[in-house]
Design a binder for this molecule. Structure first.
Ligand code: ADP
Ligand code: 5GP
Length: 206
């Protein structure tokens, strides 16, 4: 039987480069896949239904939530965001490592339900870099950008509760840092029960 893949939770302020790093991870590692969240927010220019998000109405979101189809959900700037359960379990049981790109509240909710999950906070080199990236992305008004900076301060204030913190100064270095985390997590004794049993058997029988 195939071992379950890892569940990696990437959080960090809007504009820090999570999407950019995840795209790079997927491009370089065929065993990594990303969970597509559901949201009631309107699509931004260039966003693709079923790839960036599943864009749904508020009624649809609330009905799926009530039916227990979401692993977790959160509310941002009057929009709902949530993680659909079914595709996540399917990908993990096929041995894929799955990335959830979700906010801090969602991350803590998942960690409580699935303690084996790995929490990674992606942080900017500084808040002024973050502001520049949000401006450069050109997808939000100045007012929304300041709202997002306020939210960023809250999210970065939770970094100490994460398993790892990666600074996204350089995309290549940040991607390698996440790949290193994945490699280390795979080698953890807690994920290698079968191997440890074999080692113990071997020492007993020698
Ligand atoms: P998020 O998914 O966290 O909201 P994005 O991946 O959309 O962030 O990145 C926000 C903007 O910052 C994009 O324009 C992206 O090209 C840019 N960006 C991402 N990583 C870096 C980096 N290390 N240095 C400079 N710009 C970056
Ligand atoms: P954005 O509107 O910039 O795409 O996302 C806003 C915030 O919602 C980001 O912090 C992002 O990580 C978070 N988010 C996206 N999808 C989910 C999800 O499924 N669940 C939770 N809890 N947060 C999400």
């Amino acid at each position: 039987m195939k071992e379950n893949g890892l569940l990696l939770i990437l959080s960090g302020p809007s504009g820090v480069g999570k999407g950019t790093v995840v795209d790079e991870l997927i491009r370089r590692n065929e065993n990594i896949t990303v969970s597509v969240s559901m949201t009631t927010r309107a699509p931004r220019a260039g966003e693709v239904e079923g790839e960036s998000y599943y864009f749904v109405t508020r009624e649809d979101f609330l009905s799926r939530m009530a039916k227990g189809e979401l692993l977790e959900h959160s509310n941002h700037f009057e929009n709902y965001y949530g993680t659909p359960k079914a595709p996540l379990s399917k990908a993990m049981s096929s041995g894929k490592d799955v990335i959830l790109e979700i906010d801090v509240n969602g991350a803590f909710a998942v960690k409580e339900k699935m303690p084996d999950s790995v929490l990674i906070m992606i942080a900017p080199p500084s808040l002024s870099d973050l502001r520049d990236r949000l401006k450069g992305r050109n997808t939000e008004t100045a007012e929304v950008i300041e709202e997002r900076i306020g939210r960023a301060k809250f999210e970065l204030g939770k970094a100490h509760r994460y398993d790892y913190v990666v600074i996204n100064d350089d995309i290549e270095e940040a991607t390698i840092a996440v790949e290193t985390i994945i490699a280390a997590e795979r080698l953890k004794t807690s994920r290698r029960r079968a191997l440890i049993c074999n080692l113990l058997e071997d020492t007993k029988n020698d």
